[in-house]
Design a protein around this ligand. Sequence first.
Ligand code: 2HA
Ligand code: ZN
Length: 270
Amino acid sequence: MKDILTASYVVEMIRTATNMYNHGWDERNSGNISLLLAESDVEEYLDINSVQREIPTGFELPELDGKYFLVTGTGKYFKNVQYYPARDLGILRITDHGRTAQLLWGYTDGGKFTSELPAHLMSHAARLKENPHNRVVMHCHPSNLLAMTYVHDLDSRAFTRTLWQMCTECIMVFPDGVNVLPWMLCGTNEIGIATAEQMRTARLVVWAQHGIYGVGADLDETFGLIETAEKAAEIYLKVAHLPIRTTITDDQLHQVANHLNVTPREGFLN
Ligand code: 2HA
Ligand code: ZN
């Protein structure tokens, strides 16, 4: 069997966590990533009949039974993942109607999956219904998006419109917009259910005064989605306190969308 540390999905996960840390999005133990794996991807590197431990998830989600995920560990620092991947990452198989995660590899210090597993797995289930190619759920604490939730209207339409107006290509990268949840207690099934519900209509969900969730078909695409929204929030914070003399109009946003063949979220443009 091949060495799991050479698997492209493990290598990419390590690079992504490191890059997110270097962007300042994941201070201390913040942030978490989950990546859906095909059984064939896992079998190449691990004996899938050799379960190291069974860990209760604390919720039910029958539609993910039999699915495999590479998931960052709870309490682990993204800056360290590159040095201790077998300790800070784990490969899980979901069973028992979603109630149990079978650990096949990782969390070697006796640790377990991220405290935000409910939001991750519920978001995977919700997004797979919208896009069968979805593989990634990513959470982090980018400073500008977070800051924006203190000074901007938290209505999803208003928040999205502001981001779209900050950089011409935002509407191309997230035509489905951004959904915003008010402050809620993190790490709970309740915030997981609320996040998954918002994921039905957008691939980005902001948690006010906390951070953001992004989803996508691969790690690069999902990173790029969050990166683009964070850049727009940065521009917003640079200009919000200055007299605004010009902006991107709705007519211009329609022109960009038509030119790039994307459909903006229904009702978000005038
Ligand atoms: O501790 O970011 O939301 C990881 C988190 C919790
Ligand atoms: Zn967080």
